[in-house]
Ligand binder design. Structure first.
Ligand code: ZN
Ligand code: ZN
Ligand code: FE
Ligand code: FE
Length: 264
């Protein structure tokens, strides 16, 4: 099966196309199932320009329902891309029980007050040693898994987005995260979004994925589509990489319960 569990809606203010158009494209791309995961509302003005407000959640649900009505033969799951940001856990926990989510992605987009994946803030990579940046990023990712708020960790090595990479054996960053994911039963997202970014690489790296497989961590597939044309983007490359890492199944969710299905 091919399942794309990461796509956005115009409610986040930086994506285009209605959910029913994403669903239409998914059918054309031959996907077996999709899931929407728009950026969650957050408290305190956190990253407010790039997400819906809390009072738009009902509209988000209705848009996904509309896509279901218009594509009755395609299973469409209702998800969310939630952020892990220390201090906002209680807000996110409350939000997650307020709607019938099938799955919840956990993303780290900020290190302190630095939105490190924002191209406009790229100079932040010169402000500190890359080793320290990578250490902070992966520690936040580990804490995201430990919070047990999320079913999946999204774009798990996003910190490499612009090509900045710590040196030497990178498994020192991946292992603590994977240990926590294995304990919590959190899945690892395999995303083609990195192929469209400066790094030109799948998130996560093959090395990260191989370690994950060895640790018994499951995976999902994702395009992180911000327009209908990106749905299922480069899934051929994701299948090859996942197989290389030793995976034969991917995870499907319903009501936040995971199930393994045959990959490809
Ligand atoms: Zn986005
Ligand atoms: Zn993200
Ligand atoms: Fe994201
Ligand atoms: Fe996303």
């Amino acid at each position: 099966m091919l399942i794309d569990y990461h796509m956005h809606t115009p409610l986040c203010r930086h994506a285009v196309g209605e959910p029913w158009q994403y669903a239409e494209q998914a059918a054309i791309a031959g996907l077996d199932e999709i899931g929407f995961s728009d950026h969650c509302p957050m408290p305190g003005g956190y990253d407010a320009d790039f997400r819906m407000t809390a009072d738009q959640m009902d509209e988000y649900f209705r848009m996904v329902e509309e896509a279901r009505r218009r594509a009755p033969s395609l299973p469409i799951k209702f998800g969310l891309e939630a952020d892990y940001y220390p201090g906002t856990e209680d807000y996110v926990r409350d939000l997650l029980v307020s709607y019938p989510f099938d799955f919840v992605l956990g993303s780290v987009h900020y290190i302190g007050d630095w939105g490190f994946d924002n191209p406009e803030l790229i100079e932040g990579f010169s402000a500190r040693h890359i080793e320290a940046i990578w250490t902070d990023y992966f520690d936040l990712l580990r804490r995201a898994a430990a919070s047990r708020l999320f079913d999946v960790l999204a774009h798990p090595d996003l910190v490499k987005k612009f090509g900045h990479r710590a040196s030497g054996d990178l498994s020192r960053f991946y292992r603590p995260v994977l240990t926590e994911m294995q304990r919590a039963g959190t899945a690892l997202e395999v995303s083609s979004a990195g192929l469209r970014k400066q790094v030109r690489e799948i998130y996560p790296s093959l090395e990260f994925m191989k370690l994950a497989n060895r640790e018994g961590v499951t995976i999902t597939f994702a395009s992180d589509a911000h327009s209908p044309a990106e749905v299922g983007h480069r899934f051929d490359a994701l299948v090859v990489a996942a197989r290389q890492a030793g995976y034969t199944t991917i995870t499907r969710f319903a009501g936040r319960k995971p199930e393994q299905v045959t990959l490809g």
